[in-house]
Write a protein that binds this ligand. Sequence first.
Ligand code: MG
Ligand code: MG
Length: 259
Amino acid sequence: MYGFESGINIKSASEIAIMREAGRLNRMTLEAVKAAIAPGVTTGELNEVAESFQRAHGVYSPFKNYDPGNGVPFPGSICTSINEVLVHGIPGDRKLKEGDIISVDCGTVYQGFVGDAAFTVGVGEISAKAQHLIDVTAKALEIATSLMVIGNRSGDVGAAIEEYVESEGYFCTHTYTGHGVGREMHEDPQLTNYGKRGHGFLLREGMTIAIEPMVLVGTRQTRVLRDRWTVVSKNGALTAHQENTIAVTKNGPLVLTSL
Ligand code: MG
Ligand code: MG
């Protein structure tokens, strides 16, 4: 695995300090969007909240016009993924309804470095089942974060995510993954939401990685809609997503995308 590992960009302490600020601004953007979530609000309006917040703070989202080679540059600054939409929902005219759950994923570029994070919340009153799914996804991220320490392997983290999620009766996608973050939003290595303890890449000081549990009900299978972005659960059941960018430091895991 040496060749793969050698593609990982290790960050210096001063680069991590910049990424911490990128992450803080990213979380502030997400908090502004969260405060605007209510029945009747469109996902396009949420996108405008993010864009105006970022403009006011002199930063921008790397999502806008992001082109992974699928022929359709992403049109929004955030992803808004409602109910069965797991990730990569495009903001637009869809109105939030009481009882929906929505994942908002956002990136922020500050001084050339990226912060990447996402949350899932309910719109108004939601069912106990939907809340449980959200809570499990958040706890999976918490468990994974605690394992982002020097000397652990990526398989330790992925296995812990999947074992916990499955112990609660849900499934993790095997198709979409967490990833390195730095000057690029997506850098090596990938961090899967499954794995084998003692396997995978070694966590080393200065790695900065987005962990993003993506959790489904009744299946791990997904499909992509004709817009080439929107990823939905194959069975149409609810999904949830949480993400933080974490630095591996000698003092333990440092959540870069917190306030
Ligand atoms: Mg990400
Ligand atoms: Mg993200």
